[in-house]
Design a protein around this ligand. Sequence first.
Ligand code: NAP
Length: 296
Amino acid sequence: MSASKPRIGFIGLGIMGRPIALNLIKAGYALAVYARRSQAAQPLADAGAKVCASPAQLAEQSNIVFTMVSDTPDVEAVVLGEHGITFGAKRGDVVVDMSTISPEATRRMAAGLEARGIDMLDAPVSGGEQGAIDGVLSIMVGGKAEVFARVRPLFECMGKNIVHVGDHGAGQVAKACNQILVAQTMAAAAEALLLAQAAGADPIRVREALLGGFAYSRILEVHGQRMLDNNYEPGFKSKLHLKDVRIALETAIVAGVELPGAVRVAACLDELVARGDGELDSAAIARTIWGRASLD
Ligand code: NAP
């Protein structure tokens, strides 16, 4: 490992965080990790990461700290909470939040950190677990250009399409846009397969036909197959997709625009989560769409 490489901390070692952190180790970075459950840190410890007892302890030994946790309150807890990153970070350190959270909360956190001399980037991703494993994520970044330039070599270990969208929160706005597209495309795939079956055409053959034309999407390909297989092992959990569409709707209220399609898809995800399927892959939105038509 080169002596000039920054020391990296990583918090949030779930479906996405684990493979991203492993790719940083593979690229030769010294990694410190924190997980609230020791089992979550074990694969990283096995790969050579140092396991820390708290986010503060991790921040003390890192120059750049990544967070990839679930929701806005989780990022606030690991950054600002008791034994949080701010209690160990030094002036000039950078917090890079890769979770999908509220743009407004991101801006507030960035301002609070800046007052302590700590920089922040919001850097949510798209591309799923496989994209994280393969290091080909799309990364949408908000924050100062010079901080983005400093962190870019690390992003290059994780992703292929790395875009500095704008100032603090702009990455999260881009991700909210991403999630309303993904959720509605997923719902559209479920509706197309429903119509195929109800109208007497084999949904398997219909999907096959559509994949060659203008209706092609990665979602029809991957999630359409999951729907046909009735295989909803996550992937991306439905409860997290609901969280993301809600973030988009809250952002739309602040921005003064209406998103009727996102409202409809949020209702489908809400129904799915309310019936206890929040841990299933969000392709299970088909279950609410098909269930309404009594077709399964
Ligand atoms: P996940 O598998 O549920 O992992 C989340 C990780 O964060 C878990 O290890 C969890 O710890 C940890 N965590 C959550 N809250 C925490 C807290 N307050 N303190 C400490 N650790 C905490 O979720 P994921 O799929 O990796 O998603 C992570 C983020 O990426 C989410 O914001 C999600 O919306 C976004 N995202 C996911 C995907 C995807 O395809 N999965 C794609 C793009 C973006 P425990 O294990 O102890 O619960």
